[in-house]
Design a protein around this ligand. Structure first.
Ligand code: XIL
Length: 299
C-alpha cells in the first residue's frame, strides 16, 4: 500500500486518526485525512459535554459533521467516549448517586442509539483506573455511583447498538508489568467470565519520557487478545516521534491477530493536544516526517 490506510487494509486492519470538526475546511488537513486514513475518531465532538450540553438536550452537529465526512468516503468511525470522568458537562459535574447513575445510563443509551449502525466501535468507558501502583479504580463521581457502573454502561451500550464493538479505553496501560494494566486486565477477564458485554480494549498509547514504549508492549497486546477481545491502539502519539518506536508499535500490533487497528491522535504536530512534543507523523506544514515512512514500511 502507498498510504497508511491502504497498507493497514492489506492485513485487514484500519489506520485512523483523531479528527477535529472545525479543521475539516483546512485543505491541507482534509487532503491528508482523505488520502491517508480509513478510520476516524472525533477528538472531542462525541464527548459528554459536546453531545449533552444541557441535561436531556442532545447536540450532535459537529460529531455528525465528522461522521458524514468519514462515512461518505468509506472510512470507519470509532466513537469516543460515552462515559468518562473528564469533559463532563457542567450539569453533570456536580451530580452524584442515583441521579448521576441514571443520567449517565441515559446518555449512553441516547448517544449510542443516535449513532447506531454508523460507529463500528465505541469507547464505552474511558480512563476509569487510577495511576500509580494501587491498581484501584479512580475516584470520580461515576465511580462513587457504585463499582458496577462500568458494566452497567456496557450493558446499556449493547442494548442501544448491538452491532457496535464495545471497548474499554485507557492510558498508561502499555506496560504489562504496570499495576494499572493488570487491573484493567482483571476487569476484562471478569467481564468475559460473567458474560458482561465487552468486545475490545483500547490502549491509548500516549508515549513520552514518563511512559515510554515498553519492551513488553507486544505481551500486553497479546495478553488482552487472549481474553477473547480485540485490541486497538486508539490514541497513539510518541514524544519526539522516534521512527524506531513508531515502527515497533506497528510491528507489535501486526504480530497480534486481534490487534485490528491503530489510530494516531492527530495529523500534524500542530494538531496535537501536546504540540511541543512534536509526537505525530506530519509536521506543522503538512510534510511527512521520517516517522511516517517508518510506519508505512512497518505496515
Ligand atoms: C484530548 C483532546 O485531544 C484535546 O483536544 C482536549 O482538550 C482534551 O482531550 N485521553 C483521551 C482523549 O481519551 O479524549 C484526550 O483528548 C487525550 C487523553
Amino acid at each position: 500500500g502507498t498510504t497508511l490506510g491502504a497498507a493497514a487494509a492489506e492485513s485487514g486492519r484500519y489506520f485512523g486518526t483523531a479528527v477535529a470538526a472545525h479543521k475539516l475546511g483546512d485543505s491541507t488537513y482534509a487532503g491528508i485525512l482523505n488520502s491517508e486514513f480509513n478510520s476516524v475518531t472525533p477528538e472531542n465532538e462525541m464527548k459528554m459535554d459536546a453531545t449533552e450540553p444541557n441535561q436531556g438536550q442532545f447536540s450532535y452537529g459537529s460529531a455528525d459533521q465528522i461522521v458524514n465526512h468519514a462515512l461518505s468516503r468509506g472510512m470507519k468511525v470509532r466513537g469516543h467516549a460515552l462515559a468518562w470522568h473528564m469533559q463532563q458537562p457542567g450539569w453533570m459535574q456536580g451530580m452524584e448517586g442515583s441521579s448521576l447513575r441514571q443520567a449517565m445510563l441515559n446518555h449512553v443509551t441516547q448517544v449510542a442509539t443516535h449513532y447506531k449502525g454508523k460507529v463500528v466501535a465505541w469507547d464505552v468507558v474511558n480512563e476509569a483506573f487510577a495511576d500509580g501502583s494501587s491498581g484501584a479504580r479512580r475516584d470520580s463521581n461515576l465511580q462513587r455511583t457504585g463499582n458496577d457502573w462500568i458494566e452497567a454502561a456496557f450493558k446499556a451500550a449493547r442494548a442501544a447498538d448491538p452491532n457496535a464493538k464495545l471497548c474499554y479505553n485507557d492510558y498508561n496501560t502499555d506496560d504489562w508489568s504496570h499495576a494499572k494494566t493488570q487491573a484493567v486486565y482483571k476487569m476484562v477477564q471478569d467481564f468475559k467470565n460473567r458474560g458482561v458485554p465487552i468486545d475490545c480494549v483500547g490502549l491509548q498509547s500516549h508515549m513520552n519520557s514518563g511512559s515510554p514504549y515498553p519492551s513488553n508492549y507486544r505481551t500486553t497486546l497479546s495478553s488482552f487478545a487472549a481474553l477473547g477481545v480485540d485490541v486497538q491502539i486508539t490514541e497513539l502519539d510518541i514524544q519526539g516521534a522516534s521512527p524506531t518506536t513508531y515502527s515497533n508499535v506497528v510491528k507489535d500490533c501486526l504480530a497480534v491477530p486481534r490487534c485490528n487497528g491503530v489510530t494516531v491522535w492527530g495529523i500534524r504536530d500542530s494538531d496535537s493536544w501536546r504540540p511541543n512534543d512534536t509526537p505525530l507523523l506530519w509536521n506543522g506544514n503538512g510534510q511527512k516526517k521520517s516517522a511516517y515512512d517508518a510506519v508505512l514500511s512497518a505496515l
